[in-house]
Design a protein around this ligand. Structure first.
Ligand code: GDP
Length: 426
């Protein structure tokens, strides 16, 4: 059984917690895109973790955790994160890194940072983890694969080729000192040697897993609205966070993915820039931000305050559609318990007309949210594990949204901890 767990919105939907829960019933957990630029928050018996590159299955001894060829592997970030979890009692995590994954280098971070500075007010709100320059190099065929770290001469040759244009750019656009291929070769060859124990042909491992009917969980990062093709371009990430890409980025046949679990919050949040129609402001937003997540709505990677707003049924239906969601998990339901009435964005108004589809960015920037108010439940539901025990108004809220997004809601998260979860038969 191959399942993908992916975001239906702007990211930070609570995928990390659910991956941790579902990993328990998986043999392999695979990251298929992105890099250390986002974070999954996981709270379990070992404590609270913000994972950036490591797959969320590392807390389970029986899970093999793979970093697929579609991932941007920053070896320094990987090793630091691994040391961090080892120092907190996670013994012997089982890990594999694809020999075809490409290496995110220091200079990608540098170029990302310099470019955001150059753009000033026009910046994209990058986490400055080097993701855009990394995927640009990959597309331009000037990237470096993990397997190339192990051959010093080849690595040097690739770095010289990669730096030719970058050094011109650094000198003339950014007025920065040039980079030295010799020093970088030494540094990354040494890092390659440290990664060596985990480097493998992960695609082969996955094909074997499909043959022997293993349980595989594909773990997405960010959300559908940050997809470069189907999201709010240009305020998107540089690799596809869609389940359709999971087959490519992990190394699996597309037909093998049987279940696509999209994740949404019971309200909306977004970190980074880009259009967010149901965003709220002022004291109303402050209160939701303060109450949201496990410790307020602040980015797991950057600590930046997240923008917050009411649930957006138009955006989420679009997210489910482009993800090909077979089911939806709703997190942070407990957060809304303080509200007497809960607005839900049920449509947009564009030039005086009501629309229920999610248009391309220039039109989306002009829409106004149309809200419907739902009665709140005003009682504490934190930690509830039985759907039938939830207050009627809470179930009404969930079931009304389920109709609007045309996807069965099968999982409801009622707190940040692993066990705070309701399974719902539909
Ligand atoms: P991810 O990147 O999709 O894994 O999401 P993040 O981890 O960045 O953000 C989700 C936030 O919500 C984190 O602070 C989680 O600890 C928290 N969280 C997840 N599920 C729940 C829930 O059901 N209730 C509450 N209160 N917090 C939750």
């Amino acid at each position: 059984m191959i399942r993908a767990i992916v975001g239906a919105n702007w990211g930070d939907e609570g995928k990390g917690k659910l991956t941790d829960v579902l990993a328990e019933h998986s043999d392999l957990v695979v990251r298929f895109q992105g890099g250390a630029n986002a974070g999954h928050t996981i709270i379990n018996q070992y404590g609270k973790f913000a994972l950036h590159l490591l797959p969320s299955g590392i807390f389970h001894d029986h899970v093999l955790n793979l970093i697929g060829p579609g991932v941007a592997l920053d070896p320094v970030a990987f090793l630091e994160e691994l040391e961090g979890v080892l120092s907190r009692g996670i013994t012997h995590p089982r890990l594999g890194i694809s020999d075809r994954a490409q290496v995110l280098m220091d200079f990608h971070v540098l170029l990302d940072t310099l470019e955001e500075e150059r753009l000033g007010g026009r910046k994209f709100g990058s986490t400055k983890s080097g993701i855009a320059p990394f995927y640009a190099d990959k597309a331009a065929k000037t990237g470096i694969q993990v397997c190339q770290l192990l051959d010093k001469d080849l690595l040097h040759e690739r770095l010289v080729a990669s730096l030719e244009k970058k050094n011109v750019l650094l000198a003339h656009l950014y007025h920065h000192a040039p980079l030295d291929a010799d020093a970088l070769t030494e540094k990354y060859y040494a890092l390659g040697q440290r990664l060596k124990p985990w480097i493998a042909d992960t695609s082969l491992l996955l094909h074997e897993a499909v043959q022997s009917d293993k349980r595989v969980l594909l773990e997405g990062q960010l959300g559908a609205l940050r997809d470069p093709d189907h999201g709010i371009y240009p305020y998107v990430t540089s690799s596809s966070p869609l389940a359709g890409y999971a087959a490519v980025g992990a190394g699996l046949p597309p037909w093998a993915i049987r279940e696509v679990i999209a994740v949404t919050k019971a309200y909306s949040s977004s970190v980074g820039r880009g259009v967010f129609p149901s965003q709220i402001a002022g004291e109303e937003a402050e209160e939701l931000r303060r109450r949201g997540g496990d410790a307020g709505e602040y980015g797991a990677k950057t600590g930046r305050p997240r923008d917050v707003g009411w649930f957006d049924a138009v955006a989420t239906r679009h997210g489910c559609l482009v993800q090909g969601a077979t089911q939806l998990a709703m997190t942070n339901l407990d957060v809304l318990s303080y509200l007497k009435e809960i607005p839900v964005c049920v449509a947009y108004e564009l030039d005086g007309k009501r629309i229920t589809h999610f248009p391309a960015t220039p039109l989306l920037e002009r829409v106004q949210p149309v809200y419907e108010l739902f009665p709140g439940w005003l009682s504490d539901i934190k930690g509830q594990t039985d759907y039938r025990q939830l207050p009627a108004n809470c179930r009404n809220y969930v079931e009304a949204i389920e109709k609007m997004v045309a996807t069965p809601i099968t999982l409801l998260s009622t707190g940040p901890r692993r066990e705070e979860l309701c399974y719902r038969e539909v």
